[in-house]
Design a binder for this molecule. Sequence first.
Ligand SMILES: [Zn+2]
Length: 159
Amino acid sequence: MKLSEVQRFTVARHIVAETDRTLRTAGDDGYECFALWTGVFLDSRFAVEHLYVPFQEAYRGEDGVCVQVGADELHSLNRWLYDKHQTLAIQIHTHPHEAYHSETDDTYPIVTTLGGVSIVVADFARPGLLASSTAYYRLEPGGWVSVHRAAMDPLVEVS
Ligand SMILES: [Zn+2]
């Protein structure tokens, strides 16, 4: 199965809680944070099994804040994915205020597989990553596309 064929991503509540804590801790210091969700294909869905927080350097400057993950860390990530039989499907990062995919987010994603998901969380994740202010994007052949799904039919569902 391919990531682009996945209709729904499921994630356990404790992984959501752990991710929220990680994002908020960075936000409390005024920094954006990148987190990754990896997992396995299960029937027509993708089951998230792990939170992976890559080593990252956060900057706070006059133009705002940004986060960089280096080539060495991306290499470590790929080796970890291979060793653990995991697929990287979802990247999550925070913004200080509004959640949207910026030009930088479009240009330098960590998830680069078609069908991958990018979640942008508003207000340094203070409302939580599953808040209604969170924005969802999916990588399609033409680039990252905003996803709007009804509350009854979420793209990412807590299992
Ligand atoms: Zn961003």
